[in-house]
Design a protein around this ligand. Structure first.
Ligand code: GLV
Ligand code: MN
Ligand code: MN
Length: 414
């Protein structure tokens, strides 16, 4: 094995990477080319088995921790902390094939490329996939990486109930991924994650590589509204306690607040369930979620306060009861200036147009950022579409992103 590396000539094998992406997309594949691999489902188990099998084939030392994160480590010629990459392989129920999986499989492709070239870096390298990044089945999102880095409490997270009433701890055991490796103590040399942008910025700018500056703050709240069901034809408007009306008004208020605040503020009501959900019955119950995001913590707090005030006011006017539960709350995160510059200069050196941008989506990288130099590499998403089966990134952009990841990791590990 060589111990010195001038990484310049190294390039990833795009056919091998696309082959693995294709294989993984087939696990939990749904009509139209999308993927449904909800966290800790049977499909997630099959995906985990496949990816950890690849890790072992590549000679990585595989460990599973108590929240089910899987880490594959490759020793270096020297001691020192691990230069880590990775992402997640769980998806939303209507997911694409690149969100998360690209970062994990590009990490494996980096290892395969170094193996082929007989190169061993000075510092150890690692590739991880973290449990329940999406938060679509179990809230909060970034659960595995949050526990891994000590930001979320293990025991509390194991007790979290999903949208189907099942608990994280029980489903982890069922799929065979309740590991024994400790959590909360692992400190990496650095963490660098490749991900699809999931938004329109890079494509619209004609840029291939994004050097991600940070991740905006995320606030998820679930509201339960309780009114009175009654006859849709006979109940005078003034006598209604219509939970459906209040829920709809909150959706309108969320849109209004985002438009009025402008900047990076976004607001989404992604869940809206009415009971009894019948054409001629006033709804007595509504369950809805509000997702608020902003790059500025103070503005995010202002948005939260405004939504709360609106719900309380409209519900009181209608005589509807409100209870709420916080599902996720993460402050905005800034990535390490040196890692951002390294991603930028590496992309330039490889001849790719690059620009800096913040991330609108949450990522495992944000859980590492407080504890080690952290950064991310984005590649364009066609039409800015993600969390949709139509999610697509061009092969040449995937190659560019994986090559930038390779060179960035090698740089950090030498
Ligand atoms: C995670 O994918 C999120 O940003 O919602
Ligand atoms: Mn993702
Ligand atoms: Mn996602």
């Amino acid at each position: 094995m060589k111990t010195q590396v001038n990484g310049e000539k190294l390039e990833i094998n795009i056919d091998r990477l696309m082959g693995r992406l294709q294989t993984l997309a087939g696990i939990g594949g749904i009509a139209g080319g999308g993927v449904c691999r909800l966290a800790l489902s049977n499909e997630d188990r099959l995906g985990r088995d496949r990816v950890s099998g690849w890790m072992r084939e590549l000679g990585l030392q595989v460990s599973i921790d108590r929240i089910g994160n899987v880490l594959g480590l490759r020793s270096g010629t020297g001691a020192g902390q691990v230069v880590l990459t990775g992402s997640h392989i769980d998806t939303v129920a209507t997911g694409g094939r690149y969100d998360g999986t690209l970062g994990v499989l590009a990490g494996l492709e980096v290892i395969a490329t170094l193996n082929d070239a007989g190169i061993r870096t000075r510092k150890p390298l690692g590739v991880g996939f973290f449990t329940n990044e999406e938060g679509a089945r179990f809230a909060p999102d970034m659960m595995g990486s949050g526990v891994h880095q000590g930001a979320l409490d293990l025991e509390t997270m194991l007790e979290v109930e999903g949208i189907d009433g099942r608990k994280v701890g029980d489903t982890l055991r069922e799929i065979g991924y309740a590991g024994s490796a400790p959590v909360g103590t692992f400190r990496a040399d650095s963490y660098i994650e490749l991900h699809v942008e999931q938004g329109p910025v890079l494509e619209q700018a004609g840029v291939i590589i994004g050097a991600v500056e940070g991740v905006q703050g995320i606030s998820w709240t679930e509201y339960r509204l309780s009114g009175t069901s009654n006859h849709a034809g006979t109940t005078p408007m003034a006598l209604r306690q219509d939970a459906g009306y209040v829920a709809a008004a909150v959706g309108v208020e969320a849109r209004k607040l985002a438009l009025e605040m402008g900047g990076s503020q976004v607001a989404t009501v992604g869940v809206l369930e009415l009971k009894p959900n019948l054409v001629n019955v006033v709804a007595n119950e509504a369950l809805l979620t509000v997702d608020l995001r902003n790059t500025d913590e103070e503005k995010l707090q202002a948005a939260e306060a405004r939504i709360k005030e609106a719900i309380d006011r409209i519900a009181a006017q209608e005589g509807v009861g409100v209870s709420s539960r916080r599902l996720a709350r993460f402050e905005p995160v800034a990535f390490d200036p040196q890692v951002i510059s390294l991603v930028e200069s590496t992309a330039r050196r490889l001849g790719y147009p690059v620009r800096r941008l913040p991330s609108g989506a949450g990522h495992d990288a944000q859980m590492f950022a407080p504890n080690c130099p952290t950064g991310m590499i984005f590649v364009p998403s066609q039409g800015g579409i993600s969390h949709n089966i139509a999610e697509f990134t061009r092969v040449e952009d995937i190659k560019a992103g994986a090559d930038v990841l390779l060179q960035t990791l090698v740089n950090r590990a030498q």
